[in-house]
Design a protein around this ligand. Structure first.
Ligand code: SF4
Length: 418
């Protein structure tokens, strides 16, 4: 861990001690993930801090390659062993990064569940969908496998179900059928007997949600759960997640690149770019007063149903993790970039209200009046446009002038003066 990171960690902990922050279910601090490669270490996630309270929905937003899924995989302990992980991931005051595989397996699917984007590889093709979910229920709920072997549950499952056999298997099967009804799978008793290849994409996603909520998790991580679905099914799935959350007070980490979905279901948002969180805010505040040029570009790319507004897609791509630009990684795509943006990644600046001037900084980073990282009302941004006194750039109001001057077709290599 670097000296800078130690200093920052000490600052965060001091602030926690002094301010008695609200209870957090998930508290990620200064998480960095590095993978080995032939070209040398590749940092996929850098200094990510994020927290979620019980019952809260937090959106983790960004394009593909921004580090969202790596962050989720780190929480669940699903990264390959060669990955180097620095920082802290606390769940209900337990440090997940030091847990053994067995300990993590106990937590996964019980207290933390995940809905994956790609359902095809998430369901076992040789077991019926109902068997897979009922097994999850028996494993993680207080329904022991009394006298029912894996062979019986998989091969003889249909036979057992055809008889009056009031076992724990039967009870878990009843709960499975109830879950199928709950997630809107038609003819649930019949569909539970079918195999994954007999399901449509929407049905598979519903089945995955049934499995994810079968143990009433405290935290549900949904990784692009509606990306492959049409808008009607997407709306139904979002409603379903909302209902489950309300009923069980489940916290949700919703990973997506779709700002429209974020606006619909999230309480707070963290915007990621090139492995870093570049802006975070309550959802209403972020949509009303986006500060980071990347956030503004994401919002500009939301299709409008009202007509009259054109889609303004963001040009360029997230940089290759093996070849990130110096300084602010958004620089090559940023319409407001200046030469000073190349100097270093900007520190985090607080955003007070949309029109209120930022406090003028006197010296170095220690003078930044940053909001507490765990403050759910905090709006903060990593961009030199909002800094002052750090030798990078004068503080200035970026919104109108920068938007007017925005030239999305600017050559990607242009990191010079505006
Ligand atoms: S730091 Fe510079 S390049 Fe990065 S988002 Fe802000 S203005 Fe754009």
């Amino acid at each position: 861990m670097s000296h800078d990171r130690n200093v920052e960690t000490a600052r965060i902990e001091t602030e926690r001690d002094q301010s008695n922050p609200p209870q957090q279910l998930l508290d990620i601090s200064d998480l960095s993930v590095t993978f080995p490669s032939q070209e040398g270490p590749v940092e996929a996630v850098t200094d990510v801090s994020l927290s979620i309270e019980p019952g809260e929905t937090v959106g983790l937003v960004g394009e593909s390659g921004s580090g969202k899924s790596v962050t989720a995989a780190t929480i669940l302990g699903l990264l390959e062993e060669s990955a180097r992980i620095d920082g802290s991931v606390e769940f209900d005051d337990q440090q997940l990064l030091t847990k053994t595989d067995d300990e993590l397996r106990e937590i996964r699917g019980d207290r933390i569940s995940m809905i994956f984007q790609e359902t095809g590889s998430s369901l076992n093709p040789v077991l019926t969908v109902g068997d897979q979910i009922s097994e999850t229920i028996r494993t993680h709920r207080s329904i022991p496998n009394e006298g029912i072997s894996r062979l019986e549950t998989s091969v003889l499952g249909n036979l057992l179900r055809s008889k009056s056999h009031p076992t724990n298997y039967e009870r878990s099967w009843e709960q499975t059928v109830e879950l199928f009804e709950r997630v809107g799978i038609p003819a649930p008793e019949q569909r539970a007997l079918e195999y994954p290849h007999e399901y449509s994409g929407g049905m598979k996603q519903r089945a995955m949600i049934a499995m994810a909520i079968s143990c009433r998790p405290d935290l549900l991580i949904a990784d692009e759960p509606t990306t492959a679905l049409d808008v009607t099914i997407e709306a139904q799935i979002l409603d379903l997640i909302d209902e489950v959350q309300a009923e069980f007070d489940t916290a949700v980490l919703f990973i997506t690149h779709d700002m429209g979905v974020v606006n619909e279901i999230c309480d707070r948002v963290a915007v990621m770019y090139a492995g870093r969180v570049v802006e975070r805010a309550p959802t209403d505040e972020l949509f009303a007063h986006p500060k980071h040029p990347y956030t503004q570009a994401l919002l500009d790319s939301i299709p409008s149903l009202e007509g009259g507004q054109t889609l303004d897609p963001l040009a360029g791509q997230v940089p290759d993790p093996t070849d990130k630009p110096p300084g602010c990684p958004f620089g090559p795509r940023c319409p407001s970039a200046t030469a000073c943006c190349d100097a270093r990644f900007p520190p985090e600046y607080p955003v007070t209200t949309a029109d209120e001037p930022l406090p003028v900084r006197e010296g170095g980073d220690d003078d930044v009046p940053s909001p507490r990282r765990n403050d759910p009302t905090g709006h903060a941004v990593h961009c030199v446009l909002y800094g002052s006194g750090d030798g990078l750039a004068p503080r200035r109001s970026p919104s109108d002038e920068d938007r007017q001057n925005a030239d999305r077709g600017r050559p990607e290599t242009d990191g010079g003066e505006p």
